[in-house]
Write a protein that binds this ligand. Structure first.
Ligand code: MG
Length: 395
């Protein structure tokens, strides 16, 4: 495909838009780009609320445009960049519109949560390559996103480390996948006794052993909802039923995921945890370019261990599998309810062990739609959030 042609010289630079440039993935994307200024050109940066960092990034990477989604911060950004040629826009609508601009080739979809859906769809409709870091997009609207990708020739390259690992394992393969094995670190509570889960505080939950991520994803890792959402994400990305997607706890986070083929062969992608690896592969695909990440030392590593996940301790994983099997708007409902439950936990309104309860009670009350349209998806998300908020309020 023409889209993938990449030369190592600066004549054929790739032009990048980053939706959510001030978040964890956005910052690491810019870090990757800063080492390869000859290969990548930043066209667009967008942020929700972090105006200061957006301004700093804009001054360093001189994109064509920036968008501050929170319209109240528009004047601040506008004034700070008044002496430059950078165009400043406000509102989430502008983010989608500009990501679809002529000059953009790759859109890094790194906004947090459901808010990433609209601008990602806008970019897909303009046939952009989507480097997808926002898993809620596929979880909430998997069937719609998959058909848009086909219809508008807008390929999706996964940025999530597990999905990138699978994507990398599939390079050069033409035969059917028998099984995907998604690895999970198990989060900070893997070795906690279930009777102590009652006492888990946001501070405990925010201390992730291996990966440095934003607060939402870190809490999702602690409940293992993150892995549940990733199972759904993998099902859509690789067109497999969830029964062919197995989750295995691997505390070292060195094996980023594996693919098993029909002859029993397994391929894995390994490395020390560093999100810049999958980010960079999504930007440079199908080529690999240099990266200053730490190289694996197997002798130092000594052992890699694997365990079955404990569904009693981490019911969110089971909830996600069930939601995908139920189909329709059920995955969207759990994603919406989860966003509210995670926020409520971070704000001290509910306990850690109440997160799965909020989600399960929400699904039971949500209107089920078996073949949701995009409007249904938006409606489901609002309904799930409203119901979840009521449940939180009553706890
Ligand atoms: Mg992941």
């Amino acid at each position: 495909m023409e889209k993938w042609k990449m030369k190592s010289n600066s004549l054929n630079k790739r032009h990048i838009a980053i939706l959510g440039s001030t978040g964890s993935i956005g910052k690491q994307t810019l870090d990757v780009i800063s080492y390869h200024r000859d290969a990548f050109e930043v066209e667009l940066l967008t942020a929700n609320n972090n105006a200061d960092l957006l301004i700093e990034q804009a001054l360093k990477f001189t994109p064509n445009s920036v968008v501050i989604c929170n319209t109240e911060l528009y004047e601040k950004v506008k004034n700070a960049l008044a002496h430059t040629d950078i165009k400043v826009f406000a509102g989430v609508e502008s983010a989608g519109e500009l990501a679809g601009a002529e000059d953009v080739q790759i859109v890094v979809a790194a906004m947090v949560g459901f808010s990433g859906l609209k601008p990602t769809i806008a970019a897909m409709k303009r046939g952009k390559i989507i480097a997808l870091a926002n898993k809620e997009t596929l979880v909430a609207a998997g069937s719609i996103i998959s058909s848009l990708s086909q219809q508008y020739n807008a390929p999706i390259i996964p940025v999530d480390s597990e999905h990138s690992a699978i994507f990398q394992c599939l390079q050069g393969e033409r035969t059917r996948i028998e099984k995907i094995i998604l690895t999970a670190s198990g989060g900070p509570f893997r070795n906690w006794d279930i009777s102590d889960f009652e006492k888990i505080t946001p501070k405990n939950a925010l201390a992730h052993p291996n990966w440095d991520m934003g607060a939402k994803v870190t809490i999702d890792s602690a409940t293992m909802m993150n892995k549940g959402l990733e199972v759904i994400e993998a099902a859509w990305l690789f067109n497999l039923p969830v029964d062919q997607i197995e989750v295995i706890v691997h505390p070292q986070s060195v094996v980023h995921s594996m693919v098993q083929f029909t002859d029993g062969s397994l391929k894995a992608q390994l490395g020390y945890p560093d999100m810049r690896v999958p980010i960079q592969f999504a930007l440079s695909y199908p080529d690999r370019i240099e990266l200053n990440t730490q190289r694996l030392d197997f002798v130092q590593l000594k052992e890699l261990t694997f365990f079955a996940p404990d569904m009693k301790k981490f019911p969110c994983l089971r909830i996600a599998y069930d939601a995908f099997r139920k189909g329709g708007n059920a995955p969207c409902a759990i994603s919406g309810a989860n966003e509210i439950a995670v926020n409520a936990f971070l704000n001290g309104k509910i306990k850690f062990i109440q997160i799965p309860q909020v989600i399960e009670n929400t699904i039971q009350k949500c209107t089920f739609v078996s073949a949701p349209t995009l409007d249904d998806i938006f409606e489901t998300n609002s309904q799930a959030q409203r119901i979840a908020a009521e449940i939180v309020g009553a706890m």
